[in-house]
Design a protein around this ligand. Structure first.
Ligand code: DAH
Length: 340
C-alpha cells in the first residue's frame, strides 16, 4: 500500500518540479515533500508499523524516491540558475570594440584667450610679462603714480579699501612702479591682470575686470613708438588694420597723456549706435611717463624716458565679440561661454 503512496507522491512531486516557473516555486515542494514534516517523513514514520522484511523493502524504496526527487530539484534549480546567469550576461553585455565616448574638450575663457594673444604679441616684441599683487599698497596704487592724497584723481577710481590701509588695486598701473623698482631701465614690460573698483554694477560696469598695462623705458622713446605699438596691438586683437587717433587725456602718471581711439569697426567711421555716432571708439589710456613716476621708481628722468599705456581687456573682449553686457563674462554661465 505504501508502494502506491510513494509512487503517487513521486509522480505528483515531479509534476510540481517540472511546473515550477522560478527557483522560489521549488521551495514549497521541498518543504511539503522532502522537509522534516513533509510527506516522505510521514511515510518514514509509518514504516514502524510494517513487518520487518516489508519495512526494509519500503525503506529502500523510500530512500530511492527521496534521492531521485532531491536530484530532480537540484537539476531544476541549476536550470534556473543558468537562465538567470544568461539573462544577466545579456543585460550586462559590453562591446569592448565600440569607440569610447570622447572626453569633453574645454577651452580657455575669452579673457584668458585675449590675454594669451597679447602676451604672445608683446613677448615677440621683446617685452617681459610681469605680475603684481591684487592687494596693493596705497603707495604703489596712487602715490608713486603721482596721485597725491588730496588729488581729485583718486576719486576717479572708486576704491575698495581694506581695514589695514591697503586696497584692492584699481588699475594695473602699480605694476609699472614695481617693474621699474625691480628691473630698472631699459625696460619693456606688460602686466595683465585683475582690477577692482567700487562701482555700481550694470551692463557696462563691473566691480572686477581685467586690464593690460604696458611700459617701455629707454634713452629715447617717442609718441611715434607708442602709436606704433598700440596699432600693432589693436590690429592683432581685431584681426585687421585699425586706424587710430590720439586725443589729449588726463592721467597724473603721464605727461602728455592721451586717449587713443580706433576708428569704429562697425561703421568704419560713418557713425553708428556702437560709436555713439562719433565714428571713433575709445580704447587705450596712454602717454609719456611722468618724470615724477620715474623718480619715484628710482630712475633718473634726466637719463631715461618712457611711454606707458593701460587698456581694458574686458572692453577689448566685448568689442571683439560684440558682447553687450559685461556681466556675462564672469557669470560662469556655460551656455554663454561655450559659444566662443
Ligand atoms: N590706469 C589707467 C586707468 O585705469 C589707464 C592708463 C592710462 C594706464 C594711461 C596708463 C596710462 O599706463 O599711461 O584708467
Amino acid at each position: 500500500m505504501l508502494d502506491a503512496t510513494l509512487s503517487q507522491l513521486e509522480t505528483r512531486a515531479r509534476e510540481r518540479i517540472a511546473a515550477a516557473a522560478t527557483a522560489q516555486d521549488l521551495e514549497p515542494v521541498r518543504i511539503e515533500v522532502l522537509g522534516r514534516k513533509g510527506a516522505l517523513a510521514q511515510v518514514s514514520k509509518d514504516l514502524g508499523k510494517l513487518p520487518p522484511d516489508e519495512r526494509a523493502r519500503i525503506g529502500k524504496l523510500l530512500n530511492t524516491v527521496k534521492q531521485s526527487l532531491e536530484e530532480a530539484m537540484e537539476a531544476r534549480k541549476s536550470q534556473f540558475d543558468a537562465a538567470a546567469l544568461a539573462a544577466r550576461l545579456d543585460a550586462e553585455w559590453l562591446d569592448l570594440t565600440l569607440p569610447a565616448p570622447e572626453p569633453e574638450r574645454g577651452h580657455l575663457h575669452l579673457l584668458s584667450q585675449i590675454q594669451a594673444e597679447l602676451e604672445d604679441i608683446f613677448t615677440s616684441l621683446g617685452f617681459t610679462v610681469l605680475d603684481g599683487p591684487e592687494v596693493e599698497t596705497e603707495y604703489h596704487n596712487f602715490d608713486a603714480l603721482n596721485i597725491p592724497p588730496d588729488h581729485p584723481a583718486r576719486d576717479m577710481q572708486d576704491t575698495f579699501w581694506l581695514t589695514d590701509g591697503n586696497l584692492l588695486r584699481t588699475h594695473t598701473s602699480p605694476v609699472q612702479v614695481r617693474g621699474m623698482e625691480r628691473l630698472g631701465p631699459p625696460l619693456r614690460m606688460i602686466a595683465p591682470g585683475r582690477v577692482f573698483r567700487n562701482e555700481e554694477v550694470d551692463a557696462s560696469h563691473e566691480h572686477t575686470f581685467y586690464q593690460l598695462e604696458g611700459m617701455m623705458i629707454d634713452r629715447e622713446v617717442s609718441i611715434a613708438h607708442l602709436v606704433y605699438f598700440m596699432k600693432t596691438m589693436l590690429s592683432e586683437v581685431f584681426r585687421r588694420e585699425v586706424t587710430v587717433r590720439l586725443r589729449p587725456g588726463y592721467f597724473p602718471f603721464v605727461e602728455p597723456g592721451f586717449e587713443l581711439d580706433i576708428r569704429c569697426l562697425l561703421c568704419d567711421g560713418q557713425g553708428c549706435r556702437v560709436c555713439k555716432q562719433s565714428g571713433w571708439l575709445e580704447q587705450v589710456g596712454c602717454g609719456l611717463v611722468h618724470p615724477n613716476v620715474l623718480r619715484n621708481s628710482g630712475i633718473d628722468p634726466e637719463q631715461w624716458m618712457g611711454w606707458a599705456f593701460g587698456v581694458g581687456l574686458t572692453r577689448l573682449v566685448m568689442m571683439r565679440h560684440a558682447i553687450d553686457d559685461i556681466r556675462y563674462l564672469q557669470s560662469g554661465d556655460l551656455r554663454f561661454l561655450r559659444q566662443f
